[in-house]
Write a protein that binds this ligand. Sequence first.
Ligand code: G1P
Length: 298
Amino acid sequence: MDSASPSTRPLRKAVLPVAGFGTRVLPATKSIPKEMLPVFDRPAIQYVVDEALAAGIEHIIFVTGRNKGAIEDYFDRAVELETALRNKNKTAQLEEVELSVRAPGTMSFVRQQSAQGLGHAVWCARDIVGDEPFAVLLPDMLMMAKPSCLAQMAEAYGKVGGNIIAVEPCEDPSSYGVIDPESREGRLIKMKGMVEKPKKEDAPSNLFISGRYILQPEIFALLESQKPGAGGEIQLTDAMERLMQNQSFHALEYDGRTYDCGDKIGYLRAFAAYALAHEELGPKAAAALHAALAVKRD
Ligand code: G1P
């Protein structure tokens, strides 16, 4: 495949790297996975899985690590809890509990045995993905968007094929991957390059790679030979930069807002935003937040 004929093979699988320690939100993540921290009324990971499903993804592959068993349990049946709720006729709660259970065989779990970077985590999913395009969704990043961020990307993919990454403008992109744009048509951007965690003054643009990717399977061979980059880790951005040399690559400035839950203030922002956006409890959440802000401090 070359850039003249970008692949538009159907997108069916998504990889969710969930092996990270969550060191920036300790001590909350000492004994539970950061992906299981609640963002208002559900674990953060539920929003990301819902986003993938809303884009038509059929199979979700979690790249997990030790101490992450709670994620697997969350997407399984909770037989005792379900029985108790059924016996007490708590139908609404029963429905909520059952919502996270997917059809048998549509979720896979593979372990990344040691922390070697995002590129290495994605590479751990190679056998389960096989020879087909796939999405990557970083669960630290919650994307509030309608249609979902990945659905917007899947639509763009249907038109231009190849590889697509979501980007968003920000003031200081130095703690993210950053793209070097060449030209743009609406929200779709052709790129000259990309760089992982540049110094602020060296950043080629203010558009950071916000954690959603549609990639062709040729990325796996590149990841296999990828040398450690920023932070001494195997970086997905570096392998994508190489893939871009001979495959079609676009960035999509998606229509929506990214919440980076990777640190304490970002998590707080996401929690408040999703509480305020809650269909039923949003107005009450707003009143509660106003009241909390109005409390006088000594
Ligand atoms: C990773 C990617 C980076 C991207 C970021 C989004 O960084 O390497 O390109 O911008 O996710 O959250 P990390 O969060 O692993 O430092």
